[in-house]
Design a protein around this ligand. Structure first.
Ligand code: PLP
Length: 358
């Protein structure tokens, strides 16, 4: 057994040794031909993962920084936030602390974002930015992006759409150009299956143009600065070079698996967990139609002793999730993303079975 338990928490997710090995590739200079070639190859492949020609930036900090970056380069008159869990609520705090004018559409936890609510609020004409979390990691809710895309295209083409895909990007098919998302963000410790502390975003040209009209964005989060360096396939400051080698490795794995196979596999793992939960008399915390492909949040209707399961799993070498914040013990989450494959999932569920059947 490894010194540390295998992670079955929804981030950081499990990273096997062969991927960790890629992160210990010897360092290279960050103003060299070598790094430009590495970054270029990563950018080309991420564009394929996201079905986009938008600008890809790789950034050496957690996704929380990209919440701020997305707002600093888009917010002018007002931001409309959709809040349906812990992370979408935290994003609002960024608007608040930056002093932006904003409003919130608030949902009960477990619910997805609804297009009619967004329409009703946008029709007031007060906003130029719509911010939402695609996959609420706290509740296992994945909201429908297609409906929102259709609404924005047909009625609000000038709204900049910024989307947090921290726990869905690289695990769920997101056709960026078709959807018309202006800024999508993720960090590497979830479906990308790498250690934390590194982020990815894709930015539309029109958002870059709007960014140029905004003053006092600071330096670190200014998209103009990123664009200047990425046109040479470099980063504005010294990047986390281990993460770049890690991303290269993961992208090779993703390409080998094939995109469609990857998206299908995540759905199959989701269905497997749902079938298992239902067979045990448990229910799902996420509402029908919004069950995430990368993480399942199970409502503990059977009143299992989650702490006991947690402690026993830990003795066996697995780190369980006991539920986010106030949901602890009431709804627990099973991640199926990153380097968790069907055999890992089946093994984990068998371990839980062994404990609850005693
Ligand atoms: N958004 C979502 C949906 C998340 O699940 C998380 C982290 O769990 C974050 C944002 C914050 O990511 P980071 O810790 O990389 O800043």
């Amino acid at each position: 057994m490894s010194k540390y338990p295998k992670l079955f928490i929804p981030g950081p997710t499990h990273v096997p040794e062969d991927i960790m090995d890629a992160l210990s590739t010897p360092q290279i200079g960050h103003r060299t031909q070598e790094i430009s070639e590495l970054i270029k190859s990563i950018v080309i492949d991420i564009k394929e993962v996201l079905y986009t020609t938008n600008n890809i930036y790789l950034i050496s900090h957690a996704a929380t920084g990209l919440w701020e970056m997305s707002l600093k380069n888009s917010a002018r008159r007002g931001v409309l936030h959709c809040v349906n869990g812990a992370f979408s609520a935290k994003w609002v705090k960024v608007s608040e602390s930056c002093g932006y004018s904003y409003d919130v559409i608030e949902y009960e936890w477990g619910k997805g974002v609804k297009v009619d609510d967004v329409d009703k609020m946008l029709s007031k004409g007060k906003y130029d930015v719509l911010a939402m979390v695609h996959n609420e990691t706290s509740t296992g809710v994945m909201s429908n992006l297609d409906d929102i895309a259709d609404l924005l295209k047909s009625k609000y083409p000038d709204i900049l759409w910024i989307v947090d895909a921290v726990s869905s990007m690289a695990g769920v098919k997101i056709e960026l150009d078709k959807l018309g998302i202006d800024f999508i963000l993720s960090s590497t410790q979830k479906a990308w299956g790498l250690p934390a502390g590194f982020s990815i975003c894709a930015v539309s040209d029109r958002m870059l143009d709007i960014s140029k009209t905004i003053n006092n964005k600071g330096y670190f989060f200014d998209l103009e600065v990123y664009e200047k360096y990425f046109s040479k396939f470099q980063t504005p400051s010294t990047p986390s070079i281990p993460h770049l080698f890690g991303l290269r490795e993961v992208l090779d794995i993703i390409k080998k698996e094939g995109f469609d196979n990857r998206w299908k596999r995540h759905k199959e793992m989701r269905d497997y967990v749902i079938r298992w939960a239902n067979s045990k008399g448990q229910s799902l915390f996420s509402e029908k139609g919004c069950h995430s492909h990368t993480i399942t949040c199970i409502e503990n209707t059977q009143n299992w002793d989650i702490d006991e399961i947690y402690n026993t799993l830990l003795e066996k070498g697995y780190r369980m999730d006991r539920g986010y914040g106030n949901l602890r013990g009431k709804a627990f989450r099973i991640p199926h993303m990153g380097n968790i494959y069907m055999e890992d999932l089946k093994d984990y569920i068998n371990q839980i079975e062994g404990i609850i059947n005693v």
